[in-house]
Design a protein. Sequence first.
Length: 539
Amino acid sequence: MHAPAAALLQLRDLHVRFRASAGEIHAVRGLDLDVHAGETIAIVGESGSGKSQAMLAVMGLLAGNGAATGSARFRDTELIGAPPATLDRFRGSKITMIFQEPMTSLDPLYQIGAQMAAPLRRHGGLSKIAARARALELLDLVHIQEPARKIDAYPHELSGGQRQRVMIAMALALGPELMIADEPTTALDVTVQAEILALLADLQQRLGLAIIFVTHDLGLVRRIATRVHVMHQGLCVERGETAALFTAPAHAYTRRLIEAAPSGHKQPVAAGAATILDAHGVRVAFRSRHSLLDTLRHRPPHTLVAVDGVDLKVRAGETVGIVGESGSGKSTLGRAILRLLPSTGTVRFEDRDLAPLDRVALRPLRARMQVVFQDPYGSLSPRLTAGEIVTEGLLVHEAALSTADRDARAITAFREVQLDPDTRTRYPHEFSGGQRQRLAIARAMILKPKLVVLDEPTSALDRSVQRDIVDLLRDLQETHGLAYVFISHDLAVVRAMADRIIVMKAGRIVEQGDTREIMTAPREAYTRELIAAAFLSGE
């Protein structure tokens, strides 16, 4: 009888603590975990449960005010407390990590190709030409369209899903033994999620890659994990084989996670509701940079039409959901109607044409037109406290408020988005990804706008918090008659939120209609493909 193989990674009594102005935060409390070569395990739990911090501790990447104790052994090497030189030998080549928020992981000053080539040259010993060729292969591997063009793009020129795919390609570059995937499909649309999971499964089978999935997506866990660890408030409250845990969860918290999902349908818009936004023929085009070499070779500038003649109307109390794959133009459309980037066509807000208004003339309207971005960490200033971030807009739009009045408004806003008001003295890095997204929602809602563009507002949130946020957004909408443009790749959330759905592909509308009609009887093959991929989880 053979002895069981030694674990590739072994955690024993792992603790993670953070120093904070309000006292010590005990984020991970005695975690034990084994990962063997070639297996996939999942760590699940709500935002703030400690799942990401445990993995950051393994990588030696905790924030400066954080500290880890206990043991994390990769094969025969102890990683907790190891010197930077030891960690550098393992990071990337043996253990790699896909982070939840790619925009903050990619350097905005360097082209994608240069960032991908750097580890290939340093750790892989490849020449400049060979590293670029390998980077192109990896971009193609993760289904980046036009890799020869995208390799010279900067991070801000890619969609959220494209940036995440670049991160996955970089993580795979050096053939690691263990991949830690922290919400690896959060920014991806459902069809690409399925492709990426299939890709990782194929790589795992061929290379014997071990994967730790850190996620709030239980549908994803059900499909890919052999074992599951459930975390709550820093503790592992349940662990076991995936099938057994989903069939007969022992802990009440696990049962609550499994049962949690956005549900129900939005109440119809009131008859005669005023039109808040009326856009016609919106078009957004980007011209590529034209280098001296392009001029010498007589190459014309390349023009990308991101949004091509889209019409959009939203009434008070109405939610219009916009869905489509990454790069379909849905986020660009949201920015265009808010005049956050140049566009052509007509956009009327509360029956006022926005086209002739300059920046100064638009400023009084900004309080009534708010946006919640997809990447909360990139949109929150790291130098401001959470309370200062949430009340920042009040300094501009309600300057007469006293400090005490702003603080009182912040307390109310924190409670509305289910954050502890006492945390308003913390900084963004002291919050989990889901908590940061709730801060972004609070910052938008504190000004009581009439129109809110919600760009993937629940993508970083676990299912139970998604349900709470959906309920919150519905209540705010009903109370204040808010108009929402809800951009998302999560069709389960869109189904629960939207009155109408617009399906976009390559900058154009391919189908639109009542939410129930679109979800139950889609006319277009592309829409049917999106819906089929969305419900692979069986939710």
